[in-house]
Design a protein around this ligand. Structure first.
Ligand code: NAD
Length: 284
């Protein structure tokens, strides 16, 4: 009983930065609710307009503004209106630097970071679903947001002195990082492979330097989120995984539980790729 109550508050006194919330169905929103229930104080950052965005079309500006409003509303409703929110485009170094500076100004030192962002232009309706036909621009854009952003984010947080020694970092990935899957997950699959290697390299660099742990969680196919819903064929892939995986598809609450576990202080787990996928990764 005593263990249970200690467990339930395992992130008490820890401040966790959550990226990648779009709406209540976002995997990041599930993880954020889990971290909050475990006692964490949250800081959330969502894609929004910043002074570093130049030359955007009116349509793109309107889209970014409405996405940020919906992010803020989701955070207020799901996590509490007192939760601080910041606009940040993780593909722009200046924007990431501003985020880190804003945290430093408010003396918000982080004990945890969730990286839950990805973007692949080839997955839009009518986009290229062959890697061979993927343009350099679409390849690099996907790699930038979905993989390099973890490097940029941790670098700027460390430079601003807002990543605590012993912090836990978790990035979200998918089986398509190492397997050719049945639905189009080509360009972003390559970027996820890079993200996973980046997590390993940063685990090796930041462990000795700061005791920071960096881990990856691969989750089941999940079509309820904005990004998942945009992947052609993901609904069918989810059904197949539900039927074939030893435990079916994982519920996003199971992802939240694993993220909380990996963010707990004092764990000796780093550089790991965990599967929260009902055992889908075992299948041929
Ligand atoms: N949906 C799935 O099947 C699935 C499975 C495993 C892992 N994942 C991963 O989980 C994470 C969250 O995805 P989700 O399915 O919850 O979808 P989601 O659409 O809710 O989240 C994706 C987030 O990425 C953000 N983003 C995109 N470009 C950005 C940029 N330049 N700067 C800052 N943020 C940016 C979006 O604003 C959005 O909040 C992603 O890394 C995704 O690859 C998803």
């Amino acid at each position: 009983m005593e263990n249970e109550s200690r467990d339930a508050r395992s992130l008490a006194g820890r401040r966790v930065l959550i990226t990648g919330i779009t709406d209540a169905a976002s995997l990041a929103a599930w993880a954020a609710r889990g971290a909050r229930q475990a006692g964490a104080e949250l800081v959330c950052t969502g894609l929004g307009l910043t002074p570093h965005h130049q030359g955007l079309s009116d349509r793109a500006e309107a889209h970014m503004s409405s996405a940020f409003e919906s992010f803020q509303q989701t955070v207020a409703e799901e996590l509490g209106a007192e939760t601080p929110t910041f606009a940040c485009d993780l593909s722009l170094d200046g924007s990431v630097r501003d985020l880190a500076a804003s945290l430093a100004e408010r003396e918000m030192v982080l004990d945890g970071v969730l990286h839950a962002v990805a973007f692949d232009r080839t997955l839009r309706p009518g986009g290229k679903t062959s890697l061979l036909e993927t343009s350099r621009e679409d390849f690099l854009g996907c790699m930038d947001v979905s993989a390099y952003s973890l490097v940029a984010l941790l670098r700027e947080l460390i430079a601003a002195g807002v990543l605590a020694d012993g912090a836990g970092v978790v990035a979200l990935s998918y089986l398509g990082a190492s397997r050719v899957v049945s639905h189009p997950y080509k360009n972003v699959g390559v970027a996820k492979a890079a993200l996973e290697r980046i997590a390993g390299e940063l685990a090796a660099e930041l462990g000795p330097a700061k005791g920071v742990r960096v881990n990856v969680v691969r989750f089941s196919p999940y079509s309820a989120s904005r990004a998942g819903g945009a992947i052609p064929g993901l609904v069918e892939a989810e059904k197949r995984a539900a039927d074939a995986s030893p435990l079916g598809v994982a519920h996003p609450q199971a992802l939240a539980d694993e993220v909380v576990h990996l963010l707990r202080p004092g764990s000796a787990i780093t550089g790991e790729i965990r599967h929260v996928d009902g055992g889908q990764n075992l299948l041929a």
